[in-house]
Structure formats: C-alpha cells, structure tokens
Design a protein around this ligand. Structure first.
Ligand SMILES: [Zn+2]
Length: 572
C-alpha cells in the first residue's frame, strides 16, 4: 500500500507547513513511498531532508537516519520539532556515543515501544551487534543515509564506518534505502550503489552548477609568494565584501600561520583543524556563525555541517587531492545565492604531494593482525580493535581490504568469519587491491592539476567532471574574463553510429575495461575507467578504431581489437 502524490502533498502541508514541493523532491518522495531504493544527489538548500521526513509519516515502522555528525543529527531533530509541532507531531530520537547514557536509554525505550518515527544514529553505532539487533526488532521501514558520498572511497569525505552500511542493510532485512548527498560525480555514484548493494534504484540528480560563484585560479612557483598572495586576497576580500570567508590549507601548521598573518592585518581570523580539542573547535564554529570571526583558516576538517548562507569567499592555499573535494569545499560559498568568490592557489608541489600520499599502502602487519584477530574469534569491529591493538581506522581499513580479498566475510547477523583462503595470499591480494586504486587516485590528482592550469572556461571543466555539459562559456570565471576560453562547438552527432557517448553512458575499452563517459568536446572524450581512473581519448582514434563500445552490448564485435591506448592524449 503506497502513498499517493496527493497523500504526500497533504502531509507536507499539514504536518510540516510545506505548501509547495520542488519537482525533484516530489519525484524522490514518490519513489520512496513506493518502496523503491532511491539515490538523490541534490545541492544544499534543495530540501533533501523533506524527502524522508514526509513519506516517513505515512509508512509503517520507524525511519532510521544514519548521519555522520552529532551536530547534524541534533539540527535535523530540532528542524522536525519546530516544523511539526502539536499533538500528532512525529517523534524523533537521537542515539550516539556523545550524549549521556541516560538520554540514549530513554531514546531506545521510545524506539522499543514503537513510538519513534525518526531515529538518528551515528554510523559507528551500527558496528555493534546489539544495536543492529534492537533495530531489527523495531522493523525499520526506511533506511536513510545522509552524506552518502562517505560510503565511496572516491567521494570527498570517505569514512570507513560507512563501508559497513551495506551489511547492516542486509541484516535488517533490506528495508528500502534512501541515499542522500549534495555532491557525487558519476564514478562516486556508481561506487556508492555498489557498496550499499542497491539494485535498480531510482536516481534523482540535480544540477551541480552554482552560477553565483565566480571561479578563478592562480599558479605559484614559490611557497612564500603563494602564502603572501593568499593572505593579500583574503584580507582584501574580507574588507571589500564585509562578509565571512574560508581559507583551506593542506597542513595543520599552515592554518595557524595564515590565521596569524591575517590577524596582523586586523582581520578577525582563526585557525581550525582536527587536532584541536572539541571544545575549541566548537567555539570556532560558534564564533564563525555569530560573525565574531570573519575568516576561518582550516584544513578539510572544517566544513561538514556548516550551513552559513553568507560566506562570501572560499580561497584554497593548496590544491586538494581531487575535484570532488574541491567542489565540496567551494560549495560552502554563496549559499544565499548572492555573488561569491572562489579562488584556487595552486603550486606544482601540491600534485606531487598528493601523488606521494597515494602511494601509501596498508602495512602487511596490520592486515595480518586483523586477520589473526578474526581467526581467533573476534566477531565484530570493536573485538578486532581490542584483539589486534590496531587503531579503529586501521582496523576498519584492514577488514575492508580483507573482505575484498575474500579472507573475511560478514554473515547475515553481522558477525565476522575467517574463510579458508590462505593468509599469505589474502594479505598479498589486499595489498595489491590497495595498489590498484593508486592509478585512479593519481588520475584524480591530475584532473585537479588540469583544472588549476586550464585556460579554458573553468565552470565547463568543473561541471564536465560531474558529467554535466556546458558548451557555452560561462562568463563568470577568470578565463572567460580574460578571453582565453571559447565556446565549444557541439559535437556533430555521436562519434560513432554504434555508440552513444552521452555523459553517464557505460562503455568498455579494450585496454582500460569498464568505464563511464564523463564529458565530450570537439576533439576528445573523457572517460572514467573503474580500474584506471580518468583518461582523455582522442575522438578521432575512438571513432576510427571503435575503442568505446556500449557496456551492455550483447555481442562485442571483434573488429579493431588490438593493442590500445594509442588514442590516449598525453596528459603531462
Ligand atoms: Zn567560464
């Protein structure tokens, strides 16, 4: 028995006071109400929470919302309470390891009695068998994953805790799943669906374009000069815009240095990174929200949960490791829709550092310790942490790799088991798997560098990365301002009569294997290959040698299959 569109609109208006729903909200809600799995990629401010809040009222069983930050959980609960007050207001409870045991006990009572419409949980809670068991008794009606990009190793904020959600969904008897995120490029989406075990979901994807952001980048060859340029720009923007701003740095030490330099210019600036104590970090958050602090100089740790509408600029004092990270961070500018400035300050060293970091491998010793722990009856992640002496992050990473290597399996009850696979072989396989990801990581670093160095329209390139075409110059980036960007002629039809190269199409290349078309312009096609990452292929070569076939073709033709990759542009 599924709710009709009219039911959804009635609940939206009567319970929450939303008299108008956006088309993408309604489409996603209808799919949720019909019991389908749904992936919604919608920009911040598009009303993602409503997509579960409304159908939840009409469905049997509580809605479970997995949300990574305690602050986010509280905000969402408060949002529900404020909108839906009155006698029949659906009840929302929060369960996490930060609040007092007494509060958790009371929240569980409400769940056990069937009184909770919404249950907010932190992902690490789901590593506990007793928690999953209790949720199974509660008969969850809808499983919502907030910030769902965290499940993908290619997302901008990968969290190993999220990787295990697929198992939990299976343990709970596969209730319908709603995965929500603001940013996910096509490879990230595919990876998310795969890891969550969602077959045939309804995908609702909004536009990634943020027209009010002016995009620019500067290239630097000297670190001191780059630092000086960033400080100058931040000081100038803080003064002329009289608004708040963010400066992102790669290293913790750098945040203090730049904040100090800004304070010496009379700007109310503060540093923020994950190494500061929680009280200190919350204080910086609060002062930024209240406007007492104008500029926060931070590592990527600052951001999730920040929804300040009037951030007028986001500067990067170093390139992040991918355009996924970059786009997520600049997306914090101009949420009120008013003009905002985003500027990347790139140094060739940034790419070298990112490539170096990507070469880090899991230590065979850690893998071995995790494997031994499971062999000795460690049944859950906390058991493995205790038995192996590994940190939680290392243990999670090791278990995930061992699972991919087939040496460890999680059964339907969420219990870990050691398989028959030989330990040496498993460790080697896990190391190789991590190594295989390197190609992809390096290709992402290269995309970031190409963005910094391009003389073409930056918005076109950024949107192309997310699979969105933008043939016209945007007119709101430095390269459009300087006249170095051009309109792209629409390709004259598909490059081959047999193949459709529209963005998002799954294709197969004889050497690189499976991939997804990301973007196409007059002389090249950009494809993300699952094993090799991003590659630019010459359109001419693709056409002549039939290099990209549709992935779903039944009978691959045997023409033109030979040694390949010659159609590849040299990116260097
Ligand atoms: Zn442009």
């Amino acid at each position: 028995m599924s709710a009709t569109t009219r039911d959804l609109q009635r609940v939206a208006a009567e319970t929450f006071g939303w008299h108008e729903l956006r088309p993408e909200q309604l489409t996603a809600m209808e799919a949720v109400a019909a019991g389908r799995d749904v992936l919604a990629v919608l920009p911040t401010g598009a009303g993602k929470s409503a997509i579960y809040q409304v159908p939840a009222v009409l469905q049997e069983g509580p809605t479970l919302i997995v949300s990574p930050l305690v602050a986010l959980q509280r905000d969402q609960r408060t949002g529900i309470a404020e909108r839906a007050d009155g006698e029949d207001a659906p009840e929302a409870v929060v369960i996490n390891s930060v609040q007092r045991a007494e509060e958790n006990r009371r929240a569980w009572e409400v769940v056990d009695e069937g009184g909770a419409a919404y249950v907010f949980l932190a992902p690490e809670q789901l590593a506990r068998a007793d928690v999953v068991e209790r949720l199974r008794h509660a008969a969850i009606g809808l499983f919502v994953i907030d910030e769902a990009h965290c499940v993908s190793q290619w997302g901008h904020d990968f969290r190993p805790d999220y990787l295990r959600l697929g198992h939990v969904i299976a343990q709970l008897g596969k209730p319908p799943v709603l995965a929500l995120t603001a940013t996910a490029a096509p490879p990230v989406r595919a990876d998310m669906l795969d890891r969550l075990g969602l077959a045939d979901p309804v995908e609702v994807i909004g536009s990634f374009d943020r027209p009010n952001l002016h995009l620019a980048a500067a290239l630097h060859v000297d670190e001191d000069q780059r630092r000086a340029a960033v400080v100058d720009r931040a000081a100038a923007l803080a003064e002329e815009n009289r608004g708040r701003g963010l400066v992102y740095c790669a290293a913790r030490a750098e945040t203090g240095r730049l904040a100090e330099a800004l304070r010496s210019r009379g700007i109310a600036a503060e540093a923020y990174h994950a190494g500061l104590g929680r009280a200190r970090r919350e204080a910086v958050h609060d002062r930024f929200s209240s406007g007492a602090t104008t500029v926060v100089v931070a590592t990527s740790a600052f951001g999730m949960g920040i929804d300040q509408p009037d951030v007028r600029f986001v500067l990067h004092a170093a390139s992040p490791g991918s355009l996924d990270d970059y786009y997520q961070q600049v997306g914090r500018a101009g949420r009120d829709g008013e003009p905002a400035v985003v500027e990347l300050h790139h140094h060739a060293r940034d790419s070298a550092v990112a490539r170096f970091l990507s070469a880090r491998r899991p230590k065979p010793d850690s893998l071995r310790a995790a494997l031994d722990a499971v062999a000795n009856r460690a049944r859950s992640l906390p058991d493995v942490v205790r038995a192996s002496g590994l940190s939680r992050v290392r243990a999670t990473t090791a278990l995930n790799l061992l699972e991919q290597a087939g040496a460890v399996v999680t059964d339907e009850d969420g219990v870990l088991h050691r398989t028959e696979i030989d330990a040496d072989a498993a460790v080697k396989e896990a190391v190789d798997h991590a190594e295989g990801r390197r190609e992809v990581i390096v290709s992402r670093v290269e995309r970031m560098r190409l963005y910094a160095e391009t003389t073409d329209c930056r918005r076109r390139m950024l949107l192309g990365y997310f699979g969105e075409q933008h043939p016209q110059r945007c007119g709101r980036c430095d390269n459009c301002d300087d006249g170095t960007a051009d309109d792209v002629e629409a390709p004259a039809g598909d490059i081959d009569t047999d193949i459709d190269t529209d963005a998002g199409r799954a294709v197969v290349h004889p050497k690189f294997g499976d991939g997804v078309v990301m973007a196409e312009d007059d002389d090249r096609v950009t494809v993300f290959f699952h094993e090799y990452g991003y590659r630019d292929l010459a359109t001419e070569a693709v056409r002549e040698r039939n290099l990209l076939r549709p992935a779903d073709a039944d009978e691959p033709s045997t023409d033109h299959v030979g040694d390949d990759g010659r159609g590849e542009h040299n990116e260097g």
